[in-house]
Ligand binder design. Structure first.
Ligand code: FE2
Length: 264
């Protein structure tokens, strides 16, 4: 008998075995990364959940989750593991905004924060504690656009419900990602997500450097690229800590998709 999180890890590992990755460039070695993540997920074994109580979503996001759960399809064991995680998880806003802040116009996270929720199964906030692996559910509001950003951790999104479009790399076209498919984001690759008319439910997993800065990129009216570093404060709110103008050698689209990769 295992817990919700261990079952989730096991079924995600099985799901990754045969998933295709339509949003990745063909030059990415996606299958090798999927195997690395599967090894890490399999290492969870039959660990038990901690004894904390579930945390429910607010009314609006709870309705997105209901719609997403109604649309779940695929292997019964995976669907069952997702339902158990959705019911037993401790849901939270991915980007908690500081309510005392008056920098409304300066904080793009304020709008995004209300559209992104997670229930971590494995990780520092998970039902099983880990500092080396994250895995859980990620729920996104219809029509949300999560702009170009990068982080050190390597990330996998597995589509469970709904369709989104994923952009990997500066200037590249968005590609659709649906249920049963994966998007692999190598360390520090720029990526952006656009949600369609239905809520999207993803299974996510991270490996590598899990903390640190989350860089958000944006372009001025003059075409100059900048990036802002967002970091989690001790009170769990996110704050912009650094802004820097990017030198041209890091923003030349024709150089390929990993233009930001040399930047830390
Ligand atoms: Fe990401």
């Amino acid at each position: 008998m295992t817990g919700i999180a261990a079952t989730f890890a096991r079924e995600l590992s099985v799901a990754l075995k045969s998933a295709d990755a339509p949003t990745n460039p063909v030059t990415d070695d996606v299958s090798a990364w999927l195997e690395r993540f599967r090894t890490a997920l399999d290492g969870v074994g039959d660990a038990q959940d901690d004894s904390g109580a579930p945390v429910k979503l607010p009314a609006g996001p709870a309705e997105w989750l209901r719609i997403a759960r109604d649309e779940l399809d695929g292997l019964p064991a995976l669907v069952s593991a997702i339902h158990a995680a959705a019911s037993g998880g401790r849901w939270y806003q991915v980007y908690a905004v500081d309510e005392d802040s008056t920098e409304v116009s300066d904080n793009p996270m304020r709008d995004l924060a209300s559209g992104m929720y997670a229930a971590q199964m494995i990780g520092p906030r998970g039902l099983i504690k880990s500092t080396e692996l994250l895995a859980g559910l990620f729920l996104l509001r219809p029509r949300l656009h999560y702009p170009l950003h990068q982080h050190q951790a390597t990330e996998i999104y597995f589509g469970a419900s709904g369709t989104m479009h994923v952009q990997q790399g500066l200037g590249r076209v968005e590609r659709a990602l649906g249920p049963g498919q994966v998007s692999l984001t190598p360390s520090n690759r720029l990526h952006a997500l656009t949600i369609g008319s239905s809520p999207v439910l993803l299974l996510y997993t991270w490996m590598g450097e899990l903390g640190g800065r989350n860089w958000w990129w944006h372009q001025s009216d003059e075409g100059v690229w900048q990036r802002d570093a967002w970091e989690r404060r001790p009170n769990a709110a996110w704050a912009k800590t650094v802004t820097e103008v990017l030198p041209p050698e890091h923003t030349k689209i024709e150089e390929g998709i990993d233009v930001g990769r040399g930047l830390q």
